[in-house]
Each structure stands twice: as structure tokens, then as C-alpha cells.
Design a protein around this ligand. Structure first.
Ligand code: HMG
Ligand code: MG
Length: 330
């Protein structure tokens, strides 16, 4: 069910919201990298197709990382070749280094996304590099990907807090982000990798960054571990951010960040946006179908709240109908 749109009152705090935002889907990558069971390539293709059918236009489908580190995505080359290109849809993938980029180029990738961390411990555990090495590698990957005609996205992880070090100084975040943006990336996605962020913190981080770069360069990648992802999204929206990462059914986490739960669920995000009159080009009904497919493939109930509400309502209606026909005369 689509939300009932509420016209903005004249003095609304939310009156300056953008008319449209981009939803960047990370379920097939961030979601599946974290599952114990590796899905066969054909199942991944089925899920991605359902996301495309729902109207998603930016989908991160896999990672060209070491298959020893993330065996769940070891079929990246095969998957991308099987997907091919789709009119109006950009498939992207994680690329940690030049070796990954060379694989990605061979597979026909359109947008490469490198990922580095704002804490030394997470950087070491996730990509086996110091922050300085990671920034240098990211800039190298950016130059090489651009030379191949690719779009380049960058992630900065653990911006709101680190599972190993706790607090992450905002000064350090600003310093790293400036180096990445100077390196020539198209978009920088700020990761609340373990979902600890609160709205005031989000406001502080964004206001410090916006002194150095436009909001159009930024995206928010919020994990919903403590239920604050939508509140942080709203802060981002009011501050001019127009790209939000999300994952179908709330799939996800980070294998090198203990305690990281799923990303903000795509359906929950789209429900809130549509209810505020912010367009996404995505069909909620079709998203539920994609969420159902994700559940079936993963083999468990997913965390997305809108998904569970929609499936619950459907089940209830089906039970009512069955009870009515059982009592019908004749
Ligand atoms: P390393 O072991 O230090 O790599 O890993 P190395 O350079 O020493 O190479 C070791 C072996 O790996 C060599 O092979 C390389 O060729 C190979 P060998 O000679 O032993 O046969 N290798 C590769 N193979 C395939 N593809 C590659 C590649 N690179 C090297 N690209 C490395 C360093 C970066 C590769 C490794 O640490 C890695 O793959 N890490 C990825 C971990 C990961 O994917 N984590 C999850 C994603 S991040 C995340 O979830 C956060 C995010 O969602 C945002 C947020 O939530 O905040 C993005
Ligand atoms: Mg993530």
C-alpha cells in the first residue's frame, strides 16, 4: 500500500525537501556478502532482475575483491557478464585495488566503488591497509577507472563510530573526504557501518563536510542496527543530500565489522520518501515482490519493516478470504 501523501503545511520544518532523490541499492552486494550461505549466480540474477523491475536504477551488484576474503561474491566476473548492460540502469561493484579494477574492466563494469575506512583498525581488518595506503590506492583506482571511462564512487566506512575504536574524530573524516573528493570521484558515500549514528551527530558530520564540498557529491549509507537510519536519512534530506543507499528487505552488514546489522531497508526508505512527496521512480509494490524473492532465496524472514507489514497484511487478507469461502453457502 502506498502511503497517503500529506501536503506540506506552510511552515513545515520539512518544506525544503528535494522533489526527487536517488536510491542506490546495495542488497546484492552488501546483503549477500554477509550471508553464510553463498547463493548460486542464477539466484543473484533473479534478485537483481526483480530490483530492476521495481524501478531501481542504481544497483551495486557484487564486489571484485579477493575471493578468499569474500567467497560469497567470488562469481563477480561471471555475474556481471551475465547481467550485461540495461538501458537506464547503472550496475556498480566494489573495487578495492588495481587488480580488482582490471577484473571489473574485463567484465564490462560501468561504475567502480572503492571503499576505505575512517579508523585504522577497521581499515586493517577490512582491506589490510593503513588509512594512508588506502587513500593512495583509492586515488590510483580513481585515475585508472576514469581512464577506462567509468564512473567512480567512494565509500568512507565507520564515519559515525568504529567497532574496534569507538569514537571517530570528525576532523579525520573531513580530512579523508577532502582527499577523496580532490581525487576526482563522482560520489562519496558516508557509511554508518555499524549503525550507531544519531541525528545530531549526522547534522554535525554533514555540516562540517558541507563547508568543503557540495551536498550533491555526498550519499548516506546507513545501517539500521539501532533503528536510527531513517531519522539520520531525514537529517540528510533536510541538509540537501539526495542519494541514499539502501538494501532490499534490510539485507546486509559488514563481515569485518562485528555487530553491523543490515542496511536501511529499501522499502522502508521508499515508503517514507513517497509519503513526504519525494519521488524515487520506484514502485513499492514491486519492491515487496523483490523482497519476497530475497526472503525465499535467503531462506529466512528479513528485517525490513514495510516488507513484513505488507506480507502480513496480504496473509491476513488471504486467511479472511479462505474463511469466508469455507462458510459460504452451497
Ligand atoms: P591482501 O590479502 O592484503 O592482498 O588483501 P594482497 O594484495 O596481498 O594479495 C593477496 C592475494 O589476493 C594475491 O593472490 C592477489 O593476487 C589476490 P595470490 O598471489 O596469493 O594468489 N588479490 C585479489 N584477487 C582478486 N581480486 C582482487 C584482489 N586483490 C588481491 N581485487 C584485499 C587485500 C583488498 C584484496 C582484501 O583485503 C579484500 O579483498 N578485502 C575486501 C573485504 C570486503 O569486501 N569487505 C566488505 C566490504 S566493505 C563494507 O562492507 C563497507 C561498506 O558497505 C560501507 C559501510 O557499510 O560503511 C562499503
Ligand atoms: Mg555497508
Amino acid at each position: 500500500m502506498d502511503p497517503v501523501p500529506h501536503p506540506a503545511p506552510r511552515l513545515s520544518l520539512l518544506s525544503g525537501l528535494p522533489k526527487r532523490v536517488d536510491v542506490y541499492e546495495v542488497g546484492p552486494r552488501d546483503g549477500l556478502q554477509n550471508e553464510l550461505r553463498t547463493l548460486p549466480t542464477r539466484d543473484k540474477l533473479r534478485l537483481i532482475e526483480a530490483l530492476v523491475q521495481a524501478g531501481e536504477r542504481r544497483i551495486e551488484v557484487t564486489s571484485f575483491v579477493s575471493p578468499r576474503w569474500i567467497p560469497q561474491l567470488a562469481d563477480a566476473d561471471e555475474l556481471l557478464k551475465a547481467l550485461g548492460r540495461r538501458e537506464g540502469v547503472v550496475f556498480s561493484a566494489l573495487v578495492p585495488n588495481l587488480k580488482g579494477l582490471s577484473r571489473a574492466v574485463d567484465a564490462g563494469l560501468e561504475e567502480a566503488a572503492f571503499f576505505i575506512s575512517a579508523s585504522e583498525s577497521h581499515s586493517k581488518k577490512n582491506i589490510n591497509m593503513s588509512i594512508a595506503q588506502a587513500v593512495a590506492t583509492a586515488r590510483e583506482v580513481t585515475r585508472a577507472a576514469r581512464a577506462e571511462g567509468m564512473r567512480v564512487r567512494g565509500y568512507l566506512s565507520v564515519v559515525w563510530g568504529c567497532p574496534y575504536e569507538g569514537n571517530v574524530p570528525v576532523d579525520r573524516v573531513v580530512d579523508i573526504c577532502r582527499q577523496l573528493v580532490d581525487g576526482g570521484i563522482d560520489q562519496l558515500s558516508l557509511g554508518d557501518t555499524i549503525g550507531v549514528g544519531t541525528p545530531r551527530q549526522t547534522e554535525e558530520i554533514l555540516s562540517r563536510l558541507l563547508e568543503h564540498m557540495p551536498a550533491s557529491k555526498l550519499a548516506l549509507h546507513l545501517h539500521d542496527t539501532r533503528g536510527t537510519a531513517l531519522a539520520n536519512t531525514l537529517v540528510g534530506l533536510t541538509m540537501g543530500v539526495t542519494t541514499f543507499d539502501a538494501s532490499i528487505g534490510g539485507l546486509g552488514g559488514c563481515p569485518y565489522a562485528p555487530g553491523a546489522a543490515g542496511n536501511l531497508a529499501t522499502e522502508d526508505l521508499v515508503y517514507m520518501l513517497h509519503g513526504m512527496g519525494v519521488e524515487t521512480g520506484i514502485s513499492l509494490e514491486r519492491l515487496v515482490e523483490a523482497g519476497e524473492i530475497a526472503q525465499e532465496l535467503i531462506g529466512r524472514k528479513l528485517a525490513g519493516k514495510y516488507l513484513q507489514a505488507a506480507l502480513g497484511a496480504r496473509e491476513k487478507a488471504a486467511r479472511k478470504k479462505a474463511a469466508e469461502s469455507a462458510h459460504a453457502p452451497g
